[in-house]
Every structure is written in structure tokens, then in C-alpha cells.
Design a protein around this ligand. Structure first.
Ligand code: TXE
Length: 480
């Protein structure tokens, strides 16, 4: 039984409590590793290490910091296979997905910020003949980074890389449900020679470790990705302490399909945007709105394509969907399907747990599910399910579908399918979302601002947005 360790002050150490959390493999339901059940004493050690490492780390040139990030990116790429397998076993996602998306993106996150920091600049404002204003963007200190279980290493590194590049030191906590690749990352940081204390990884529960990071007075900046409810809990602690806060939260994203779309491309992509990663991506399009004139055709084709998806052992290269991350989350998803039935929905395909043979007979698998016949304001269409469940609804007009699309508390992402360019720009402009994809989905340029509005979060990650988040702007005004 593998027992992983915290990474504090450059060393791999057990939790002070010497107690551990059992970590199951979602595909088999069996406990396969032990995770430190850390608490506040471990966080205090980590923050002290980070604070002690901060002066030297922030004094290094951006080129020197970039070289460490590049080395880590190279090691992540070197260990692609090992990390992909670890991610698949820990999260339940197909190993093919971890290999194609999760791990390469983790390496890209480090590589991107290794170069972005070298291009990072600020501005000057001359007051003709009177004064010169210049803006400094200095690192802040110890940054807290807390990440979720759905894209474990991908989202974990998406916070850590810019924080380190900007000159901060970090105390990071991955989800207790998927800690493995964060642990393997700490081994690679040691191999890359990252100075002790620059990055510290403390494993454990959110209400213990995550909460201790959030309320620590020497952690002035926090970056969180996870559920909206947890985001509110963190904000309630951080706000009165005047901490800088970035919150990437849930979504209930519309996928709007007009009759004039490129139908085959839309259908292929909509299968992905509905069920990729078992639908456990905050950017998935879980509410599908189809123009009335093509609704029946789309319904027939989409249901057939959904029914043909392969849900199987995540380690099988043919699997298109793997296991749900935890038994509790699987039960939450199935409870929403039952709710949909009670709200008048018709389950067109899926809607139940899938029982496999052999190695995965005790795993947690849910069939990709398509539901129609629900009102736009029912709970199933208002609340984030975060599983392989989508709803279908027809619409008659642009105004009507914009009302549906914008009619939830969330505002993270949206997809839009039409060949009418004028309409595409008009609808995109009216959608309440931080990210709008037109005739595509999950096409990502890391330079772009990433994040949502309303209950999908506060602030933006990505590009220079993240470097500005992890620095403080100081205006210096020099009398001439
Ligand atoms: O998130 P949580 P989970 C949504 C999705 C999912 C729900 C819960 O609806 O069902 O959030 O998922 C740590 N103080 N998304 O359980 O609970 C926790 O240990 C500080 C959307 O993953 O929010 C973990 O490391 N930290 C999201 C992290 O917060 C706390 C992706 C996320 O846990 C804490 C994932 C606390 N009080 C889930 N409580 C997206 N937008 O991508 C927990 N944590």
C-alpha cells in the first residue's frame, strides 16, 4: 500500500499527526494508497518554510525562476506515461485522456509561465515636464493554492506556475480525492533542484488543511478552484482579512445550437463537451439548446452517439468514459437523475449506474445520460451536477434561448453553433459567461483570461491576468 507524503521545506515528510486518509481507486472501489491527514500544525510548518524561502526566491531574476519552471516542465514531459497512469488510477478518468490532456497541460502550464514571466512588463505615465510615474508589479509573499479533483495536476499547476514565476512562494493543497500526481510533482521538484520552501504541498481534508491555509495571517493571497459553496466559505474567511482572492467555481454551461450550424462538426464536438472526463469539467456544456427546426434530428443523432460511447476500465485504451471520482459523487449524480424524473424529465439514454465485469466490478461508473422535457428553471437545469448528464431543450428564437442560457446563477462558459457570423458575435456579446466558444469547445490559448462571473467565480486566471493577480501594483511618482 503506497503511502504518500507532504512536501515541506524541500523534504518529503509524514503528517505530524501520523494519521492517514484511505484513498480508493474509483475504477475498483479498493483502497490503493494512504494520504497524509494533515492539519494546522503541518500548514504552520509549510507557511514558515515558504516565508523563509521567499526573500531569496523573489530576489532571483525572472530568468532564474523561469529556468526552474522549465526544468519541471521537462520532467513532467519525461514522466508522461507514469503520471498519466497515476492520474487515471487516482481520478478514474481514461488513461488515454490523462495522457492526451491532463499531463501535457500540466507541463504546458509550467512552460507557459517560464516564458510569460520574461515578457511580463508594466507601464509608465509621464506627466509632461512635471513628473514620471512608473508602475512596479512586485511579488506578494506566500501564496495559498487550493485545487479540485476533476483535473488534478492540470488545475494544481495552473495556479502554482504563475505564483512561482511571479516570485511568490507557495503552500498548495490538492484535493484529498486525487492527491497522487501532486505528490509525484513534489518528487520532480526535488529532482529539478527547486530550492527548499519555494513550493510546499500539504495533503489532507479541505476543512482542516484548506481552512488552515485560508485563515493563516501570513498567506495574503489565495487562489481556489472548486465548488461554489466552498468558494463562499473561503471568501467569508479571506474577505475580513483583506486577502487577495481568485475563485474559479462551478458552472451550468449552455450549448446553443442554431439550425444553420456545421452539423457534423457540432455533433462530434457536442459529444465531447457533454461527456469528456465523465462530464466532470466545469466547462462542460450541460444544458443543450437546439433550434426547433433541427431538434428532432439532433435528438435522434445525439442519443444514438451517446448510446454508442464506451464506458469501461479507465486503463483500457478503448474506454471513452471512465469511473466517477468517488462513491459519494456517483450517488450525487444518480440522485440528480432521479430528481430530473421527478421534475418531469424523460431519460432518453443512460440514467443509471453501469456495472462492469472483472477488475472493475466494484467500481463507480455512470452511463452518459440525456434528459429532455424539463423546464428551464427546474433544479436539474439550475444546479451543477458535474457528471455525464445533459439536458436537451428546443428553442424558437435568439431572444428565447438567450433568456434560457443566462437564466442561472452561474456564468462560466458557453458554446454557440451557427454559420451566421453577425449572429455569432451578437449572441456571444449577450451571453453572461467568462468564456464563449463559437463553433468549437475547449480550444484554449493560455494567454487568454480564464474565469467566470456571477456564482462561477471572482477574478481571472491565465496569461498576464494570473501574473497581475500574483503581484501587487505600486505606482511610483518621481518629481522631475
Ligand atoms: O470541490 P470542493 P469538490 C464543483 C462540482 C463538485 C463540487 C464539489 O459541482 O461537485 O464543486 O467538488 C478544498 N476551506 N466543482 O468536492 O469541495 C478541497 O479539499 C478550504 C467545480 O472537488 O470545493 C479541495 O482541495 N479548502 C470545480 C478543493 O477545496 C476547502 C472543479 C475543492 O473542493 C474547504 C471541482 C474549505 N472549507 C468541483 N473545503 C471547477 N470549477 O472546476 C474543501 N476544500
Amino acid at each position: 500500500m503506497q503511502s504518500i507524503k507532504n512536501y515541506i521545506n524541500g523534504e518529503l515528510v509524514d503528517p505530524i499527526s501520523e494519521t492517514f486518509i484511505e484513498n480508493p481507486d474509483p475504477a475498483t472501489g479498493a483502497i490503493y494508497s494512504l494520504v497524509p491527514d494533515s492539519d494546522e500544525p503541518d500548514v504552520l510548518k509549510a507557511v514558515t518554510s515558504a516565508a523563509e524561502a521567499y526573500p531569496a526566491w523573489s530576489d532571483r531574476s525572472s530568468l532564474e525562476r523561469a529556468s526552474f519552471l522549465s526544468s519541471i516542465a521537462g520532467l513532467l514531459r519525461r514522466d508522461l506515461e507514469r503520471l498519466s497512469l497515476a492520474e487515471s488510477v487516482d481520478n478514474g478518468k481514461p488513461v488515454s485522456l490523462a495522457r492526451a490532456i491532463d499531463i501535457p497541460r500540466a507541463a504546458s502550464n509550467f512552460e507557459f509561465y517560464a516564458t510569460a514571466i520574461q515578457q511580463f512588463s508594466s507601464e509608465a505615465h509621464p506627466m509632461e515636464g512635471t513628473a514620471l510615474n512608473y508602475t512596479l508589479r512586485n511579488p506578494i509573499g506566500v501564496a495559498g493554492c487550493i485545487s479540485p479533483w476533476n483535473l488534478p495536476l492540470y488545475l494544481f499547476t495552473w495556479k502554482i506556475a504563475p505564483a512561482l514565476a511571479a516570485g511568490n512562494c507557495v503552500v498548495a493543497k490538492p484535493s484529498e480525492l486525487t492527491p497522487m500526481t501532486a505528490y509525484l510533482l513534489s518528487e520532480l521538484c526535488i529532482e529539478a533542484g527547486l530550492p527548499p520552501g519555494v513550493l510546499n504541498i500539504v495533503h489532507g481534508y479541505g476543512h482542516k488543511v484548506g481552512s488552515a491555509i485560508t485563515r493563516h495571517p501570513d498567506v495574503p493571497v489565495l487562489s481556489f478552484t472548486g465548488g461554489t459553496k466552498t468558494g463562499a466559505t473561503i471568501a467569508a474567511t479571506a474577505a475580513p482579512m483583506f486577502k487577495k482572492l481568485s475563485l474559479e467555481l462551478g458552472g451550468k454551461n449552455p450549448n446553443i445550437i442554431f439550425a444553420d450550424c456545421d452539423y457534423d462538426t457540432m455533433l462530434d464536438t457536442t459529444i465531447r463537451s457533454s461527456f469528456a472526463n465523465q462530464g466532470e469539467i466545469c466547462l462542460c456544456g450541460s444544458r443543450i439548446y437546439v433550434e426547433q427546426s433541427i431538434y428532432d434530428k439532433f435528438r435522434r443523432d445525439f442519443v444514438a452517439r451517446t448510446a454508442a460511447l464506451t464506458i469501461d476500465d479507465p486503463l483500457d485504451e478503448k474506454s471513452q468514459l471512465g469511473a466517477i471520482v468517488s462513491k459519494a459523487h456517483m450517488e450525487k449524480i444518480l440522485a440528480y437523475v432521479e430528481l430530473a424524473r421527478q421534475e418531469g424529465g424523460e431519460i432518453l439514454v443512460g440514467g443509471k449506474q453501469v456495472y462492469l465485469e472483472g477488475r472493475c466490478r466494484d467500481g463507480w461508473f455512470v452511463a452518459p445520460t440525456v434528459i429532455e422535457g424539463l423546464s428551464s428553471d427546474c433544479r436539474t437545469n439550475q444546479e451543477e451536477i458535474f457528471g455525464p448528464v445533459v439536458t436537451l431543450s428546443p428553442f424558437e428564437s435568439e431572444e428565447e434561448v438567450l433568456g434560457f442560457a443566462n437564466g442561472t446563477a452561474y456564468g462560466l462558459a458557453a458554446s454557440l453553433w451557427t454559420e451566421n457570423l453577425t449572429r455569432a458575435h451578437r449572441v456571444a456579446n449577450h451571453l453572461q459567461a467568462g468564456i464563449v466558444w463559437i463553433n468549437c469547445w475547449m480550444l484554449r490559448d493560455l494567454r487568454t483570461p480564464f474565469g467566470g462571473m456571477k456564482q462561477s467565480g471572482v477574478g481571472r486566471e491565465g496569461g498576464i491576468e494570473a501574473l497581475r493577480f500574483f503581484t501587487e501594483a505600486k505606482n511610483v511618482c518621481v518629481k522631475i
